[in-house]
Structure formats: structure tokens, C-alpha cells
Design a protein around this ligand. Structure first.
Ligand SMILES: [Zn+2]
Ligand SMILES: [Zn+2]
Length: 435
């Protein structure tokens, strides 16, 4: 191949003409590599100027401006601040959606990066820092890079690429709708109808250059639940004259531990039931009237999901009843399971192996974190994978986790993300056009 190019150049053909003769995957790799400084600059700018969910106004402006400069059709204000770009290729074919999320988190950044965020905000009445502590800054810059790569080879593209820049992945502010769910409600998967969707998440504990994935249930479904236990208030010295909601709640917390250990078939999939807060009482010698507990449930299987809901409710209400108290249980499903379509994953994994090198693509166990990418996957087949962002040679156990003040991403991992998404889109179109 190199010989042929050299020959073309020596025959006096222009570099642009020679570039046009390259196979698409080589073109993608070359273009992505040449864009690296620009993409890193975008990423650092996003990092320094993070915005919270449904408030990604400046972020959205920068994205829309870039997409427009590439001649991509742009729609703004989708699901509050979402931006959707449409790149119609020169040849007919399927519609492939690529998704990046845009929001930062109420976390105060530590460390001394030159592009560290010093942005602060009022969050639920508290003054806190705002930080891209989940790496969504890298996702946006990667997808902006992909847009530039694919726009440069528009005439070769066999189908349409829809770029979805989505707000509020971490959840919308209280009382607001947002995220993938709202974008879908506002029609992001229609006009033109999306056939398949790809997305990635950077990972602070996976080495740069590596990709991790799992077919099927990959990230957990997440539920929020609250249990209000009502007793009868009394003097702390005369507990027999009341009903103690603190003792009752303690029994409930212990009872809930038996759901995973005694009620679920854990050979099928893992599950988690966690109480994250218990609030009740005000003084050492008053047995209060009420205790409020909140917690989270993580499951990977629909049947287990339903079973956990039933067991949480039964255990809480029956233990309360046995004590003469009352428990009110409320469970809300926040995100469904992030489920990688199995045939699609099998079909596309070769692309990632070609891009990253076979040894760098790892099969991993399920992750108990959650993603609202799952909502797209409920509507169309989708594939979501993890991209390394940890400096090479670092101990993953010593690398700061996502959502923490020391969270750090080595941006030398970004180009692999650009190459991966670009090649997934084009390889998918290529496969479909041959069928
Ligand atoms: Zn996150
Ligand atoms: Zn995230």
C-alpha cells in the first residue's frame, strides 16, 4: 500500500488526491491522529468550564458551532440543552447514532491541573464546585472529533450518522425531566429513524490504549427507594409506652440483607441492596415518631428486579407490622439495565480489536454503576463500551474513582475513542450494505 502511495506522490498527484485513494480505515486513523491537539484543547476547555445537567448552555453552543462549521445539519435545544447533528453520507445506507453526554457534577476539584475547574454553584442550598468528575468532557471532545473525521469523508459514507450530544446523564435537577429519556421523548431516535447506536465511557481505572466491554447486561438497572417507618413517640426512659421506629428500622436494615443472600439466584446475575441514609430522632432521651431511610437497588435481570422490589416492600412492611409500627415503601426506577445487544456486540467487537489491537480489548464482568444510555438500548440495538483513561503503568486501585475530587483522565487516550466510534459507524454501514 505504502509503495503505491509513494508512486502516486512521485508521479505528481496532489496529497489530497493521494489521501482520497486510501482505504477508509487508514483515512480515519490518519485524520483522527492529526486532530489530536485540537481535540485535547476542546477537552481541556470543557474541563475548565463544566456545567451541571440541563444547564449545559455554553457547552452546547461550542458543540453546535463546531458541527455547523463542518457543514453538518444541527438541531439545538433537544431535551433542554441537547445538540443533534446529522451527517448524510454520499451513498444510501443505515442511520447510525453516536452519543456523548455533556454534564458535569457538583464536585469540587482538587489537584493542580493547569486546566482545573474553579467553577462553583449553589447546589441544593450548598455552595459547591462543579467538575467534569465523570469524564463527560472527554466524551464530547471525542464525538466532536468523530464528526470532523467523518465529515471529511462524507462522500464515501454509506448511510447517515446522527451525533447525539446529551445533557443530564447524571440526572436532571429535582422537578425537571432530562437526559436520554427526555431526548427520546422529543424524538431524537426518529427523523431519520435510528437503526443502531454506539457510545463509550472513559474510565479512570483502565489504562490508556485499552478497551473493555461485555455483551448483554453490562451496567446495572438502578432504583431509588425510601422507607418511612412510623412508630409512636415516647420518653426514652419509658420505651414500653411507645413504638420505637429506630429499633424497627434497624431490624428492617438487617432484614433487607437477606434479599441478596437468601432470595436471589446469584448464579444468574449479581444484585445490590444498599441503605445509604437513616434519619430519625433528635435527642438521647426521646424515642421519635418517625425514621426515614433511603437506599439504592442494582440489578441486571428483569425478573430479579421485580423480585427485589417485592422483597423490599414485604420485609419492610411486615417487620414494621410485627413491631406495631407502619412502614411506607416507595421505589422509583431511575435507569434500566445497560444492555449490549448480543448479536450486535459479536458483530462489532472485531472492529474494536482492529482499532486497539486484539490484546487491548478485554471482556469484563458486569458493572454495578448505571448509565442512561440504557434508554436508547430499550428502543434500538446498541453497544456501549469502556475506554481507558488511566496513565499507563499506574495501579488501578490507586487511581481516583469517578465522581471524586481527584478524578483524573490522561487525555492521550482520547484518539483511540475517536478512531473506535468512527470505525464502528463506518464498519456497521459497510456490513449492512453487503447484506
Ligand atoms: Zn458519572
Ligand atoms: Zn458518566
Amino acid at each position: 500500500m505504502k509503495k503505491r502511495l509513494f508512486l502516486l506522490l512521485s508521479l505528481g498527484f496532489s496529497p489530497a488526491f493521494v489521501f482520497a485513494q486510501l482505504p477508509l480505515n487508514v483515512k480515519i486513523d490518519q485524520k483522527a491522529q492529526s486532530l489530536e491537539p485540537k481535540i485535547v484543547e476542546w477537552r481541556r476547555d470543557f474541563h475548565q468550564n463544566p456545567e451541571l445537567g440541563n444547564r449545559e448552555f455554553k457547552t452546547a453552543e461550542k458543540i453546535a458551532k463546531h458541527l455547523k462549521s463542518l457543514g453538518i445539519e444541527v438541531q439545538t435545544g433537544v431535551g433542554h440543552t441537547g445538540v443533534v447533528g446529522l451527517l448524510k453520507g454520499g451513498k444510501p445506507g443505515p442511520v447510525v447514532a453516536l452519543r456523548a453526554d455533556m454534564d458535569g457534577l457538583p464536585v469540587t476539584e482538587r489537584g493542580d491541573l493547569p486546566f482545573k475547574s474553579t467553577v462553583t454553584t449553589d447546589y441544593n442550598g450548598q455552595k459547591v464546585g462543579v467538575m467534569h468528575a465523570c469524564g463527560h468532557d472527554t466524551h464530547m471532545s471525542i464525538l466532536m472529533g468523530v464528526a470532523e473525521v467523518l465529515a471529511s469523508m462524507k462522500s464515501d459514507i454509506k448511510g447517515t450518522v446522527k451525533f447525539i450530544f446529551q445533557p443530564a446523564e447524571e440526572g436532571a435537577p429535582e422537578g425537571e425531566e432530562g437526559g436520554a429519556k427526555l431526548m427520546i421523548k422529543e424524538g431524537v431516535l426518529e427523523n431519520p429513524k435510528v437503526d443502531v447506536i454506539f457510545g463509550l465511557h472513559i474510565n479512570s481505572q483502565t489504562e490508556v490504549g485499552k478497551i473493555a466491554y461485555k455483551p448483554g447486561a453490562t451496567m446495572a438497572a438502578v432504583d431509588f427507594f425510601s422507607i418511612d417507618v412510623k412508630g409512636v413517640q415516647t420518653h426514652g426512659a419509658y420505651p414500653w409506652s411507645g413504638v420505637d421506629p429506630i429499633v424497627t428500622s434497624s431490624q428492617i436494615v438487617m432484614g433487607l440483607q437477606t434479599i441478596v443472600s437468601r432470595n436471589l439466584d446469584i448464579t444468574k446475575a449479581p444484585a445490590v441492596v444498599t441503605i445509604g441514609a437513616i434519619n430519625g430522632g433528635i435527642r438521647q432521651n426521646i424515642i421519635p415518631e418517625q425514621v426515614k431511610m433511603i437506599g439504592t437497588i442494582r440489578t441486571f435481570d428483569e425478573e430479579m428486579h421485580t423480585k427485589v422490589h417485592k422483597r423490599v416492600t414485604d420485609i419492610a412492611t411486615n417487620i414494621a407490622e410485627s413491631a406495631g409500627a407502619k412502614a411506607e415503601v416507595n421505589i422509583t426506577t431511575l435507569y434500566p439495565v445497560t444492555f449490549n445487544d448480543v448479536p450486535l456486540t459479536e458483530e462489532m467487537i472485531g472492529t474494536l480489536q482492529n482499532v486497539a489491537g486484539k490484546d487491548n480489548v478485554k471482556l469484563i464482568p458486569a458493572v454495578t454503576g448505571a448509565e442512561d444510555f440504557s434508554y436508547y438500548q430499550q428502543k434500538v440495538p446498541g453497544f456501549f463500551f469502556f475506554l481507558g483513561g488511566m496513565p499507563k503503568g499506574k495501579d488501578p486501585l490507586k487511581a481516583a474513582a469517578h465522581h471524586t475530587p481527584d478524578f483524573f483522565i490522561d487525555d492521550s487516550g482520547i484518539v483511540l475513542g475517536v478512531r473506535s466510534l468512527s470505525r464502528l459507524a463506518l464498519d456497521y454501514m459497510e456490513k449492512k450494505s453487503k447484506k
